[in-house]
Every structure is written in C-alpha cells, then in structure tokens.
Write a protein that binds this ligand. Sequence first.
Ligand code: AP5
Ligand code: ZN
Length: 216
Amino acid sequence: IRMVLIGPPGAGKGTQAPNLINKFGAAHLATGDMLRSQIAKGTELGLEAKKIMDKGGLVSDEIMVGMIKDELTNNTACQKGFILDGFPRTIPQAEKLDQMLTERGTPLQAAVELKVDDDLLVARITGRLIHQASGRSYHKLFNPPKVDMKDDVTGEPLVQRSDDNEESLKKRLDAYHNQTEPIVDFYKKTGIWHGIDAAQAPATVWENILKALGKN
Ligand code: AP5
Ligand code: ZN
C-alpha cells in the first residue's frame, strides 16, 4: 500500500505504523526518525535540524522533499509500498510528493488522518519513551514496555525525546494547526482521505484504520 499518516504530535502515527508495516509489508518512511538518526550521527544536517526540532519548528521543505525523494529512489523496500509518517507536513511538501509519485506512476492510495483533541496530547507526549535506533515508541502509563525502560525487541534502553516537553509541544501543535492541517483539505479533494478517531485505545484505532481501508 502507498499511504500517508497525518496527525498532530502524539496522535499515534509512530504507534500505528508498525501495524501497517506488518500487515502490508510496506516501508516505514518517518521523517522525524530520519532527522533523529542524522542528529545521532552528528551530521551537519542533524546539527541544523536539532535546533529547529527542539524549538518545535519545521525543517525546510527543500531538505525534507530531498530526503523523501532519496528514499523513494534508493530504498528498494519502497517497491512494496510505503507508509509516510510525518511527511508531507506543508502544502508545498504535499504538492511535491504528488508530482514525484505521479511521475513514477505510483500515486498515493490513502491518506489517513488520526484525529485527537490537543488536550489529550500533553499526557501522551510527556509520558512517551522511545527506542532510539528503531524509533519504536512506548508510554510510561498507556503502553509500558515489558521490562522497565527497556525496548521489548532489543532490550536496549529507552529514552525521552528532547522535544517531548510541554513548551516544545505547544509550538509543535501551532505548527500542526497552521502549516500541516491544510493538507487534510488537499487530500479530501483527491478522494483518498479517511478520518479516524484516534482518542480511542491503540487496538481500537488500528481496527478502525483497517475498516477505513476496507481491509478488515
Ligand atoms: P516527528 O518525529 O514526526 O514528530 P511529530 O509529528 O511531532 O509526531 P510524534 O512522533 O510526536 O507523534 P506520533 O503521532 O508519532 O505519536 P506516537 O505514536 O509516538 O517530527 C519531529 C520534528 O521533526 C518536527 O517537529 C519537525 O521539526 C521535524 N520534521 C519531521 N518531519 C518533517 C517534515 N516533513 N517537514 C518539516 N519538519 C519535519 O504516540 C505518542 C505517545 O502516545 C506514545 O507514548 C504512545 O505510546 C502513546 N499513544 C499512542 N497512541 C495512543 C492511544 N491510542 N492511546 C493512548 N496512548 C497512545
Ligand atoms: Zn512519531
């Protein structure tokens, strides 16, 4: 399947992506994870991006489009389909993506919006724990790992993201409402949009995604 996951910080994009990967065998293209891996490697791009990310702003469209173009071209796993998580995040990114995929003859098949009110997101974000290498996310209360502070798969330590604090979250939510939410209308016009109530428990959200995609 070729689809995008849209939703505010903490909506559950990274939580639902592994379900979609297991079900469809598609590649997980998470731009936030890609940027965090650049930061971990200490690249110039990573250093620049970290300043912006910690403040809750958006990295430039040019950089992000380049990153996705590179994945679509060089990551052979994308041939089986892809789940875009965190991209597109602006109208120009959505337009560029559309253009790239049309040129390749592989248009998007679904745009799934995970809808959650802002007031539920503070608790989700401040309690999140992640496994740095894989991007897997857990929650101290809502989705605890099997062993305290350890990744279920590798046993490696879990950490908090440096942008997971109330101050950055406020800015990330502003960026979402002002710059990202307009892409919902963009996809509604194309007829591939599905809105999902993502305030439910993770398993319920997953069932509803499958229903929306007609794959249950
Ligand atoms: P990114 O990494 O994409 O962050 P985000 O969009 O803010 O989204 P999150 O990862 O915070 O939320 P999520 O929906 O994945 O939540 P999760 O499933 O983990 O981007 C980070 C930064 O990179 C951006 O701010 C920007 O600076 C930059 N960037 C990235 N892409 C860019 C682009 N295209 N253009 C420009 N800049 C870009 O869930 C959150 C927590 O809630 C977890 O603890 C989870 O266990 C829990 N949870 C999940 N679902 C449920 C549920 N149903 N019930 C209860 N708890 C739940
Ligand atoms: Zn995420």
